[in-house]
Design a protein around this ligand. Structure first.
Ligand SMILES: [Zn+2]
Ligand SMILES: [Zn+2]
Length: 389
């Protein structure tokens, strides 16, 4: 018999507001949205940030026989956690069924989440009439400290320390336990305890890591967010196995997130920085937890360098071709070290040798130049490229 397996996908990992700055595309700019498919097939969606739109477009293309029912947990009503809702195309398909879970806001009262839907789609803020959302939607109000079952999965909710409130969700599946604690600030003894209860023994503990420890102690104190260091402390106290740094600050570039991750890795054995497109498998045989990026491009280790042949056009309009290395490879792009300096926005062809399932394989990618910086080695240029195919 094969082991029960759960799959956790990250569709949006950015805090507060989406970013489109090329310096943030490696970790990704969509606001929070996670998907967890439990071994019994129950589908959970955690938060409805702009990452939800991407999840929705894949949904449309999937060949689903039965009307899918998904369980959607909304942690709170700040923009970054609800703004994907009007753009989630499965909500406009009659056969789809959704069960929403969130808390009664003291600012909204009864049916808080339903009101959020209506307000977001009210004229003149959104062009489509609310009644066009024809999927069946049911709403369940939950409070902090509740425990209930969905399928064979045990759900626990806890209040977290955040302006206007935020719920943490713990999902225990037969393949492993995920604790989701976005948007929380340390310092309230009662809620610090809640956070640890939420994360106790979790296989995956996803925690707010928006600020640096020094920002958290000074200029960003009271803003309702946390740091990698607080995440490490809570993970240790709770005996969580893997810490995932989440809710990256919109002003944090990929390099800055790399830095936070490295600092956290010096303090705790198993830390990831959440990255758009990242998938974590729980409960796979022999390896209790595996993390990888989906698709051929991204099944590669980000830290690795790949030998590549790059051709393009220089700023002076000359064609060039050179052998080099590619690093920071992700679903959206890569950083390429070149002796030539290509023209901004010009097209680059990148041919790489990458380890595939059947040994080394050649991969051809096309993209355009979005960033040019001085390279690490003397006389080289670091070129950021966004892939178009
Ligand atoms: Zn947030
Ligand atoms: Zn918030």
């Amino acid at each position: 018999m094969s082991n029960p397996v759960a799959k956790l996908s990250f569709w949006g990992v950015r805090g507060s507001t989406p970013t489109v700055d090329p310096a943030t595309w490696r970790y990704g700019g969509n606001t929070p949205c996670l998907e967890l498919v439990a071994p019994d097939g129950t589908q959970f969606i955690l938060d409805c940030g702009t990452g939800l739109r991407m999840l929705g477009s894949r949904w449309g293309s999937a060949d689903v026989a039965d009307p899918p029912e998904a369980h959607i947990f909304v942690t709170h009503y700040h923009w970054g956690h609800i703004q994907g809702l009007p753009f989630f195309s499965p909500l406009y398909v009659e056969k789809n069924r959704f069960q929403f879970y969130s808390f009664r806001s003291k600012f909204l009262g009864r049916d808080s989440l339903k009101q959020v839907f209506e307000a977001q789609m009210a004229l003149p803020y959104f062009p489509v009439d609310f009644s066009a959302m024809s999927a069946r939607r049911r709403f369940r109000e939950v409070d902090g400290g509740e425990t209930f079952l969905i399928g064979e999965n045990k759900i626990t909710t806890k209040w977290l320390n955040h302006p206007q409130g935020c719920l943490g969700f713990r999902i225990e599946t037969p393949a492993g336990t995920v604790a989701y604690a976005t948007d929380n600030e340390p310092g309230d003894p009662k809620l610090d305890k809640s956070l640890r209860e939420l994360a106790v023994g979790a296989d995956i503990f996803i925690n707010d890591a928006q600020f640096t420890p020094s920002q958290l102690a000074t200029t960003r104190k009271g803003w309702g967010h946390s740091s990698w260091r607080e995440g490490v402390t809570a993970a240790r106290d709770a005996n969580a196995k893997i810490l995932v740094l989440f809710h990256h600050d919109p002003d944090s570039t990929d390099r800055m997130v790399d830095d936070l991750l490295n600092q956290a890795r010096n303090e705790f054995d198993s830390v990831f920085a959440a990255s758009e497109g990242m998938v974590i498998t729980l409960g796979a045989a022999n390896e209790p937890v595996q993390a990888h990026m989906p698709g051929s491009r991204t099944a590669l280790r980000r830290e690795a360098q790949f030998r590549a042949c790059v051709s393009g056009v220089t700023a002076e309009g000359q064609k060039f071709q050179e052998e080099t290395f590619v690093r920071d490879l992700s679903i959206q792009g890569a950083l390429v070290s070149l002796k030539h300096s290509p023209r901004m926005q010009s097209e680059l062809q990148v041919t790489m040798e990458t380890p595939g399932t059947n040994g080394i394989q050649e991969m051809r990618l096309r993209g355009y130049v979005v960033r040019i910086e001085e390279g690490v080695e003397k006389g080289t240029t670091a070129v950021g490229v966004v892939f178009t195919d």
